[in-house]
Design a protein around this ligand. Structure first.
Ligand SMILES: O=C(O)CCC(=O)C(=O)O
Length: 215
C-alpha cells in the first residue's frame, strides 16, 4: 500500500488499496458538523428502514436515500427508484455538503468528473453487516463509488471480480472515505459485523454514506 501525506494536514493520509481504489483517512472530518446536521435533516424527512432482499431475507442495516434516485430492494429486485417504494415520496434532495464532499473525495482519488445523483445512507447498529456484493445497478460504470464512514469503526472488505476472490480487510474509522472505480469499480465488497462500542458523537451506531451516479 502507498501512503502519502496531504499537503497541510497530517491526520489526513491517502492510501492506495489497489489499482482503482483509494482510502482517504479522515477526509470527511473537516466537514463533520455540516454532514451530521444534513444527515439528521434527511433522516427526519425519510427515516431509515429495513429492506428485504429479493428472496425475502431482512438486511441487517436500515437504509434511506437522498438525491435524484434511491437504491431500493424488495421482492421486485434490487434497483434505483426516483421515489421511495414505501411512501411513494420523492427522496429528499442531496444536501450540498454531501455533493461537495463526494466530488472532492473522488477528485482526490483521481476521478475528476464524478457527478453523484444518489446517496444511500446505511445505518449499522452493533452486529449489523453487509455481505459481499457488487454495485451493478448503476448505468455508467465509468463513474466511481465514494463511501464515507461515520461513527463506530468498521472493517471493510474489498475483493475482486469474483465473489470467491481473496479480500483485503480495511479498518475504517469516523471520517474515513473509500473511493473505488476504473478496474476496481465492480469489485465485490462488504462490511464485517460492527463491534460493540460507543462513538463520542454518534453513540452505538455507524452511518455510511455511499455516493453513486445511478441514472
Ligand atoms: O457501509 C459500507 O461501508 C459499504 C456499504 C455498501 O457496500 C453499499 O451500500 O453497497
Amino acid at each position: 500500500m502507498n501512503l502519502d501525506l496531504f499537503a497541510d494536514n497530517k491526520t489526513q493520509t491517502r492510501e492506495k488499496i489497489c489499482e482503482g481504489a483509494m482510502l482517504l483517512h479522515g477526509f470527511a472530518l473537516p466537514q463533520e458538523s455540516e454532514l451530521l446536521r444534513d444527515i439528521n435533516t434527511v433522516i427526519l424527512i425519510m427515516p431509515p428502514r429495513q429492506m428485504f432482499t429479493p428472496s425475502g431475507l431482512p438486511m441487517s442495516v436500515t437504509t434511506t436515500s437522498c438525491g435524484d434516485a434511491g437504491w431500493v430492494s424488495d421482492a421486485r429486485g434490487y434497483r434505483y427508484s426516483k421515489r421511495d417504494a414505501q411512501s411513494q415520496q420523492r427522496w429528499p434532495a442531496m444536501p450540498k455538503s454531501f455533493f461537495t464532499l463526494a466530488t472532492q473525495a473522488a477528485r482526490e482519488a483521481g476521478f475528476e468528473n464524478f457527478l453523484p445523483d444518489s446517496c444511500l445512507i446505511n445505518r449499522y447498529t452493533v452486529g449489523a453487516k453487509m455481505s459481499l456484493h457488487q454495485d451493478k445497478d448503476e448505468k455508467d460504470f465509468s463513474q466511481p463509488i465514494v463511501s464515507v464512514s461515520l461513527g463506530l469503526p468498521a472493517t471493510f472488505l474489498l475483493g475482486g471480480l469474483a465473489r470467491t476472490d481473496k479480500t483485503t480487510k480495511i479498518p475504517l474509522t469516523h471520517g474515513d472515505v473509500i473511493v473505488w472505480g476504473a478496474r476496481a469499480r465492480l469489485f465485490f465488497h462488504g462490511v464485517l459485523p460492527i463491534k460493540a462500542g460507543s462513538h463520542p458523537i454518534l453513540g452505538e451506531q455507524r452511518i455510511n454514506l455511499t455516493f453513486r451516479k445511478a441514472l
